[in-house]
Design a protein around this ligand. Structure first.
Ligand code: FAD
Length: 286
């Protein structure tokens, strides 16, 4: 790190927000550092202050509350992967954390850093979106709540203000529903996702899709819920033809959002194929 970067380590949210109120635009919050330190070392990112947020108790912890499943922004990916509460109430998020980076990366990286970094291929984004998660931010004007999909303005462009911190995420819990998170990378481990997807679904009494939330990651500028696919599948009994049509719609929507690029040759069939794998267990169980 450059020697002229100053390190601060507040021990409460109030202290952190007070500092950001005065120095926000020249400060970068530091959580696990797995993205931030790389950008600072490469010279790509300049900051006068680095604010270590690891001592802020308000950013810690996983608990079921009256509002939903609360996960502190400073919770590490390893803590989420090993949480029994997450396993029961948000297993799709847990699944994304199990294949995240390496054990060393999972021990340092936080969910707040993953969302604030706003990478299109951030692994926890699609699961948080299918859980209709609210991100709770704190800044000099108090608390601000936004749907998690609005936390990213574009690739690596965060909507979290320079005087704000993400404090926690509130997920709608989902127990007993079908869930899946899948990603394709260039290799099996330590790979950044080229295409990823998350789904939560439930069948009704007839065996048709009664509830579904579907999110595409790594193939649009920001991960996004594809409502057209959800609407198409709702009320239908899943068979191979219906799932194939859902995959075609997902790929069509991806091209509509991202435009045709050189990678579309690979991504269009990849989205269709991955979508089939995603929902195949729901077909098979009939
Ligand atoms: C080897 C390697 C493998 C990786 N594999 C994966 C992978 O499989 N999947 C994946 O999604 N990512 C992966 N990453 C990327 C990275 O690990 C994640 O994005 C991680 O979640 C970032 O979290 P962090 O705590 O390290 O954030 P940091 O690097 O500390 O911060 C990242 C950004 O978020 C900001 N920030 C952090 N906390 C807050 C907060 N509470 N409020 C506001 N802003 C905040 C920082 O200022 C910075 O801009 C990998 C990285 C490496 C180096």
């Amino acid at each position: 790190m450059r020697s002229d970067v100053r390190y601060v380590r507040p021990s409460s949210l109030g202290e952190a927000v007070g500092f950001l109120s005065d120095h926000g635009p020249e400060t970068k919050p530091l959580a696990g550092g797995t993205d931030l330190l790389i950008s600072i070392r490469s010279g790509e990112l300049k900051a006068r202050y680095v604010m270590d947020v690891n001592r802020i108790p308000e950013l810690k912890g996983i608990a079921m509350t009256g509002e939903g499943l609360s996960i502190g922004a400073g919770t590490t990916i390893a803590e989420i992967a090993s949480s029994e509460t997450v396993k029961r109430l948000a297993p799709v998020l847990r699944k994304s954390c199990l294949s995240f980076g390496s054990p060393q990366v999972r021990n340092a990286a936080t969910i707040g850093g993953n969302i604030a970094n706003a990478s299109p291929s951030a692994d926890t984004f699609p699961p948080l979106i299918v859980h209709e998660t609210i991100a709770v931010l704190s800044g000099p004007d108090g608390e601000r709540r936004i749907p998690v999909e609005e936390a990213a303005a574009g690739p690596y462009k965060s909507n979290v203000g320079s005087r704000e911190l993400i404090v926690r995420f509130i997920l709608k819990p989902s127990e007993g529903r079908f869930f899946e998170f899948l990603k394709i990378g260039r290799r099996k481990t330590l790979a950044i996702a080229r295409v990823s997807m998350a789904v939560l679904a439930e069948k009704d009494m007839r065996g048709a899709v009664g509830f579904i939330r579907f999110c595409l990651g790594s193939s649009t500028p920001v991960p996004c819920r594809i409502v057209e696919v959800e609407d198409f599948l709702t009320g239908k009994i899943l068979n191979e033809a219906v799932v194939a049509e859902g995959g075609r719609l997902a790929a069509e929507k991806m091209i509509e959002i991202s435009g045709r690029r050189s990678t579309t040759v690979y991504k269009e069939p990849a989205v269709k194929g991955l979508f089939n794998r995603l929902l195949y267990p729901m077909v098979k169980n009939d």
